[in-house]
Design a binder for this molecule. Sequence first.
Ligand SMILES: Nc1ncnc2c1ncn2[C@@H]1O[C@H](COP(=O)(O)OP(=O)(O)OP(=O)(O)O)[C@@H](O)[C@H]1O
Ligand SMILES: C[C@H](N)[C@H](N)CCCCCC(=O)O
Ligand SMILES: [Mg+2]
Length: 222
Amino acid sequence: MTTFLEQLFVTGIGTDVGKTLVAAILTEALQADYWKPVQAGLTPTTDTATVRSLVTNPVSRFHPEAYRLVLPASPHAAAAAENIRIQPERFVLPRTTNNLIVEGAGGLFVPLAPGFLLVDLLAQLQLATVVVSRNYLGSINHTLLTLEALQRRGLPIRGLVFNGEVTPATEEFILEHSGVPVMPRLRPEAVTDAAMVSRYAAEFRAWGLTPGSVGPHPRPLS
Ligand SMILES: Nc1ncnc2c1ncn2[C@@H]1O[C@H](COP(=O)(O)OP(=O)(O)OP(=O)(O)O)[C@@H](O)[C@H]1O
Ligand SMILES: C[C@H](N)[C@H](N)CCCCCC(=O)O
Ligand SMILES: [Mg+2]
């Protein structure tokens, strides 16, 4: 048994599904660093600023985005609007010896540059994924498509996080069909603040995500 770093890429079944909230919870649970490689939309705030405001441990560091794009749109379009061409080689993991949470933009097939989707960035970075599935009518299909896209590419899935009202028929089908591990769920919260993040972080630590994780490495490393 050895200790290992948890370096995880938070993706989801689309935009606005709760990736930033889950990323904040994971960052707090693991006392991890946080990195958002591509931020599209700078006002009223950025995901990095949101996570920073929700995390209270003294260890986490927040790494600068590789691209900060003004337009709250698909990154390829937001970049084009500023005559910027997103270059895959500029995506290099921040140098850290800490656990690390990386947050994507939108879902897996969001375009970053011609011929380069978010899932290609994920493959390039070689991180295990956490997939956020927000509950809405249509989320079964979006979740299974997302999980299959990861599985077909051999990209390891650390866990699936359901976000929203508990819907057993939806969740049981997704878990049975995909066979992926399930992490603690998020319920609809009236207030999303640092105290809420801290409560959920304790649940994720109890699940097995701890700052000094010990055990066989959770993902195959070549
Ligand atoms: N369980 C929940 N309870 C209450 N509010 C939630 C919950 N999950 C997400 N939200 C809210 O929904 C909104 C969208 O969530 P979030 O910003 O985390 O989405 P995202 O997937 O990170 O989107 P993006 O693709 O822009 O990064 C936010 O205002 C967030 O606070
Ligand atoms: C601006 C938004 N909040 C995200 N950062 C980017 C979402 C891109 C979605 C593109 C799409 O799937 O159509
Ligand atoms: Mg986000």
